[in-house]
Design a protein around this ligand. Structure first.
Ligand SMILES: Nc1ncnc2c1ncn2[C@@H]1O[C@H](COP(=O)(O)OP(=O)(O)O)[C@@H](O)[C@H]1O
Ligand SMILES: N[C@@H](CC(=O)OP(=O)(O)O)C(=O)O
Length: 414
């Protein structure tokens, strides 16, 4: 059996849904489970709706814009009176109810933002039925069990795998359509797996079903040695070892979610990255292989924050200081992307998740003089050569630089 994953870019309008349906129709004789993300930029829109509502502002015009966007897609795909209209309206009702719910910021966020995937999966499912395919709609929350770490739910693999394996009889006669990005706590609250987590969902299903492959359908011809939106000369890899792909995603190559590779590599399931606009292109095969002479691989990670903690009592930075800093990071579940120390200060950069980073800074200020800069970009050059090394080191606006024998990292203000 195979797993396909279609992201927001492939489902951004009615033609996108038709194209996805045509790829599914042509998939061949294998059993198939399809994971879909929210349409277009719906998750960003839902994040905005949530943040307006939480801060006591009126979110109704943003909800209307999101509803209109989906209604336009529906109108182009289904005749008036089709049952899908009621299904989507029910989900918008659910959105309004959740916005009025009580609970922690992150908990409400997950109840609200997950609705994008619910809507898109319902639309794709009904469209597949309308063109004569045997589609079975699955609520991913009935299979993917996580802890209560809202916005970054940690998967309970034993429970999740058992529930996913129970889907095998359904797959005999149906194509399963389900949501990426979402799961559920044991007591029934929706959780999300981290932004752009639908690739990871595909890997969870594939690993539990021991699929023969996972294909993630993207708007690029495959995995490239840099984001083609940043470097137009980027070239496509025919194949890549799991290890290399995992490292790329760790440094921030957002073509694949960082948690996707491990479950697939553990079971030896190849990950294919293919282009949904031209499925005839070969794409990239990520699997256990050796590739020699890889070109320099350049990864840009935006929205970085550089924090410097300076000791205030004329002592040097000690292990006790580092322990305070790392305990604070760990208590907020924050990950450091690069770190560096001098005699009297310790600097590190991390993703700027405003809410959490400001709490971190507050904690650190109890012990250090804290300085911070936001709006930075971390550029990582893996397998650098002389030319790329010099080029990125001498980049304008470097705030921090670090290199090993194979990897250069510079933190810059672009
Ligand atoms: N190394 C890379 N190779 C290919 N694409 C990359 C790379 N790094 C970043 N990207 C970006 O990833 C995008 C595809 O991922 P994403 O937008 O998350 O897709 P989707 O939302 O459809 O899952 C591409 O449009 C491209 O700009
Ligand atoms: N919709 C979610 C999950 C996701 O993975 O989306 P996409 O496949 O479009 O990156 C997000 O935007 O974070």
């Amino acid at each position: 059996m195979k797993v396909f994953k279609f992201g927001g870019a492939s489902l951004k309008n009615a033609d996108g849904v038709k194209n996805v349906a045509s790829i599914i129709r042509q998939h061949g004789p294998d059993k198939l489970l399809v994971v879909v993300s929210a349409m277009g930029k719906s998750t960003n829109a839902l994040e905005k709706i949530h943040s307006l509502a939480i801060s006591g502002q009126n979110s109704s015009s943003q909800i209307t814009i999101l509803n209109d966007y989906h209604q336009e897609i529906l109108k182009q795909l289904f005749p008036a009176g089709h049952e899908v209209y009621i299904a989507v309206e029910t989900l918008f009702q659910e959105l309004r109810t959740q916005l009025q719910g009580s609970g922690e910021f992150d908990q409400i966020y997950d109840q609200v933002v997950s609705i994008g995937e619910m809507i898109s999966s319902v639309i794709v499912h009904h469209y597949l039925i309308s063109i004569g395919l045997h589609s079975h709609w699955l609520d991913a929350r009935t299979c993917i069990t996580t802890d209560k770490n809202f916005r970054e739910g940690k998967v309970d693999w034993i429970k999740t795998s058992a529930k996913i394996q129970a889907l095998k009889p359904v797959l005999e006669k149906n194509i399963i359509i389900t949501q990426g990005f979402i799961g559920s706590t044991e007591d029934g609250y929706t959780t999300t797996l981290g932004r752009e987590g639908s690739d990871f969902s595909a890997a969870i299903f594939a690993s539990s079903l021991v699929a023969s492959s996972v294909t993630i359908w993207k708007d690029v011809p495959g995995v490239m040695n840099a984001d083609p939106k940043r470097l137009s000369a980027a070239t496509v890899f025919e194949e890549l070892p799991f290890q290399e792909a995992a490292e790329m995603t760790y440094y921030g190559a957002n073509v694949i979610h960082p948690k996707t590779i491990k479950p697939l590599a553990n079971k030896g399931i190849p990950l294919l990255v293919k282009n949904f606009e031209d499925p005839s292109l070969p794409g990239t095969k990520i699997h256990e292989c050796k590739v020699y002479d890889l070109p320099p691989l350049i990864v840009f990670k935006d929205n970085q924050c550089l924090i410097s903690c300076k000791v205030t009592d004329y002592t040097f930075v000690t292990e006790q200081h580092l322990s305070i800093i790392f305990n604070a990071l760990s208590s907020l579940d924050l990950r450091v992307n690069v770190m560096q120390n001098s005699a009297i200060s310790f600097s590190f950069c991390l993703d700027f998740r405003e809410h959490k980073v400001l709490s971190l800074i507050q904690k650190l200020q109890e012990h250090f003089e804290v300085y911070y800069n936001t709006g930075l970009t971390l550029i990582t050059v893996k397998n650098y050569d002389e030319k790329t090394f010099e080029m990125y080191r001498s980049h304008a606006g470097v705030l921090l630089e670090q290199s090993s024998r194979s990897t250069l990292q510079v933190l810059v203000r672009l």
